[in-house]
Design a protein around this ligand. Structure first.
Ligand SMILES: *Cc1c(COP(=O)(O)O)cnc(C)c1O
Length: 357
């Protein structure tokens, strides 16, 4: 039996989207391949509210995260971490010999503009990375306030944003926020299988990257960017055309739903989940920073999450335990992509029935 996935990626994929992956292959050096990549880029620009160029990479989101910090850091990167995925960005920097420092918030707390200000005031850094939506703690960082600070005091610092678990589920106006590199991947709020990473990139981020000597090759932003300009929207290596067919099609679905409608649907589901969490357990995040795409719940009743998941599995559902240090003391319910309110409510009712709440 298929288990309906309420885990924060991979998510359930609509049948019609899955079928698009079975589209017959085309040559990746054909006009049709160019048209496909251009079409995806135009639609993604709408989802991201940006005029910037779009890079695709046949990898999961981590690929372009590593590519961004390696390609675009000239002097030193300041990595702000609010959990597992910020920590990973720092690991990527050090593994590539990119000068970087990490600035961690207390678990469950956001990156504040005050923290960013204090760090950037040293003048040591020319790039920062921020996790928009931390999937371990389910908090959303105050990116508007951070963006204001950067515009006012540090306009030359490059702004890289990880929106892997939020793009397509909540509004992230990339150009308004002045984000230079905004990264996401297919298997979370966009509602596709994992395998493509997507980012927007500003001209000045590419100009910065041109000054960096060793950028690797597969995830080199200059290589990907120049290929698009010189070869009419093609890809340096063979991309996953299957993902591209499905993404192009799913972006039509997303735009047909209406972005504002889609964001509202996610928010409504988040509100129901938060209310349910507060009634039966406790929220990990403060309300102000609570994520709109998933909820991390404190396991105050000390239930066995793995037993719960076993019982849920028999009934056709799957949720997620905590991540990393939070493995046993929290559990997570994702409400992203094409999940509908009635499905979420059915899941919550099933959990209540199993736990006798
Ligand atoms: C899932 C996730 C990643 C990693 O993305 P992959 O596509 O699995 O490589 C990075 N950042 C955040 C916030 C995530 O949720």
């Amino acid at each position: 039996m298929h288990k309906k996935l309420f885990i924060p990626g991979p998510v359930d994929v609509r049948e019609d989207v899955l079928l698009k992956m079975a589209t017959p292959q085309i040559g990746h050096r054909t006009k049709d391949a160019s048209a496909l990549q251009r079409s995806i880029s135009d639609k993604i620009r709408k989802v991201m509210y940006t005029e910037n160029e779009i890079l695709l990479s046949t990898s999961s989101g981590s690929g372009l995260m590593e590519g961004a910090i390696r390609s675009c850091t000239r002097k030193r990167a300041a990595v702000f971490s609010v959990g597992a995925f910020g920590d990973r960005w720092y690991k990527m920097a050090t593994a590539n010999n990119v000068p970087a420092d990490i600035f961690k918030s207390e678990l469950g707390k956001p990156t504040t503009p005050e923290m960013v200000d204090e760090v950037l005031a040293t003048g040591k850094y020319d790039l920062i990375t921020i996790t928009h939506n931390e999937t371990s703690t389910a908090i959303m960082n105050p990116v508007e306030e951070i963006s204001e600070l950067l515009k006012k005091k540090y306009p030359d610092v490059l702004f890289c944003l990880d929106t892997v678990s939020s793009m397509g589920g909540t509004k992230i106006p990339v150009d308004e926020l002045g984000v230079d590199v905004c990264i996401t991947s297919t298997q979370k709020c966009l509602g596709l299988p994992a395998g493509l990473s997507i980012c927007s990139v500003s001209k000045r981020a590419i100009e910065a990257a041109r000054q960096v000597e060793f950028r690797g090759l597969y995830f080199d932003f200059v290589e990907l960017y120049d290929y698009i300009q010189d070869k009419d929207y093609q890809y340096p290596s063979t991309p996953s055309l299957a993902h591209m067919f499905a993404l192009d099609y799913q972006l039509d679905n997303i735009l047909a739903e209406g972005l504002e409608n889609r964001f509202a649907r996610h928010l409504e589901m988040a509100k129901v989940t938060r209310e349910w969490a507060s009634k039966h357990f406790e929220m990990l995040a403060e309300e102000k920073y609570a994520s709109n795409t998933l909820t991390t719940i404190r396991n105050t009743k000390e239930i066995s999450v793995s037993d719960l998941n076993k019982e849920l599995g028999k009934r056709g559902y799957m949720i997620s335990n905590g991540y990393g240090k939070l493995k046993d003391v929290t559990f997570r319910i994702a409400h992203m992509a094409d999940t509908q309110m009635d499905e979420l409510k059915a899941l919550l009712a099933t959990i209540e029935e199993i736990l006798g709440l």
